[in-house]
Design a protein around this ligand. Structure first.
Ligand code: G1P
Length: 302
């Protein structure tokens, strides 16, 4: 149990955003996937909202070529805001101004897409002395408390890095990092081993790592010693497996819903779920579906 009286909550959230977004071409030919809107804000804004709601005050984007619009989005837009105010649209100006005030934003550059482990290593200068959060923006988590806050509760109790887990079906294990773990209290695990994207018959369990991590700064030493792993990339999962030799790593099955925006089907589902959760949009979605079904049925009976 953690006996440190000076326990400090994680204040830095790292977002790897250098990926090419090839699954979303042609939409992502000229705009980053992270800037595509999910309802009324870009995907990345949803992730930053979660980090801020979890208590983070610093955000580090690990960007790559063609990702400048992400940086611009989180910068002040004084001209736009002044214009909106001049036109009596103060509420919209407040929305625009609230974005750059969300956190202190920093940027690291990943020159080549060499994998998640490599991306995290690029953020070292901002996180080398303290625990930090890592959020993969493709996974939109709706949870109360936030997924990151749920990981923090485990770290506070056990002191160590904490991973976010979900049980997946056997056919899906090869899409994720899979853990071998011992349950130490309901829903909380101590990790014994990890493997990145195993074949179903080689997976140690069906507990998959989801896109939220709380990582000890000791991870950087292990990232530096990494060899290329699954898919020829530098895998964070392999660095965590190596970290295990130095200190314990924990995990928790988060309570909440995950919307998988890493694939088109998941993005559509996320859009529908978010719209149904929104008081103003819910009726529009339900009416559109009812109208579509009525006209499809009408056509069938003709
Ligand atoms: C990454 C990680 C994997 C994790 C997944 C969660 O994979 O390498 O361990 O399970 O995120 O979304 P990617 O989706 O980048 O292939």
């Amino acid at each position: 149990m953690n006996s440190n009286a000076e326990y400090r909550r994680v204040r830095t959230a790292v977002f790897p955003v250098a990926g090419l977004g090839t699954r979303f071409l042609p939409a992502t030919k000229d705009i980053p996937k992270e800037m595509m809107p999910l309802i009324d804000r870009p995907l990345i804004h949803h992730g930053v909202d979660e980090a801020v709601a979890s208590g983070c005050t610093r955000v580090v984007f690990v960007t790559g070529q063609g990702k400048e619009s992400i940086c611009r989005y989180f910068e002040p837009s004084f001209e736009l805001s002044a214009l909106l105010r001049e036109r009596g649209k103060g509420e919209l100006a407040d929305v625009v101004d609230s974005i750059y005030k969300l956190a202190e934003f920093h940027y690291a550059y990943q020159a080549k897409p060499l994998g998640l482990g490599h991306a995290v290593l690029c953020a070292e200068e901002f996180c080398r002395d303290e625990y930090f959060g890592l959020l993969l923006p493709d996974d939109v988590m709706t949870a109360e408390p936030t997924a990151l806050a749920q990981l923090e509760a485990v770290r506070e109790k056990y002191e160590g890095s904490v991973l976010c887990l979900e049980e997946v079906s056997p056919e899906d294990v090869s899409r994720y990092g899979i853990v071998d773990a011992e349950e130490i209290e309901p829903g909380v695990y101590r990790i014994k081993g990890l493997v990145e994207k195993p074949k179903p018959e080689e997976a140690p369990s069906r507990l998959a790592i989801m896109g939220r991590y709380l990582l000890s700064p000791k991870i950087f030493k292990h990232l530096k010693n990494l060899k290329r792993g699954a898919g020829g990339e530098y895998q964070l999962t392999d660095a965590i497996a190596s970290l295990l030799e130095e200190e314990p790593v924990y995990a928790t099955v988060y309570k909440g819903q995950r919307l998988d925006c890493g694939i088109k089907e998941g993005w559509i589902q996320a859009t529908v779920v978010k719209a149904l959760e929104d008081e103003k949009l819910r009726d529009i979605v339900l009416a559109a579906v009812a109208e579509y079904e009525a006209s499809a049925n009408g056509e069938k009976t003709k």
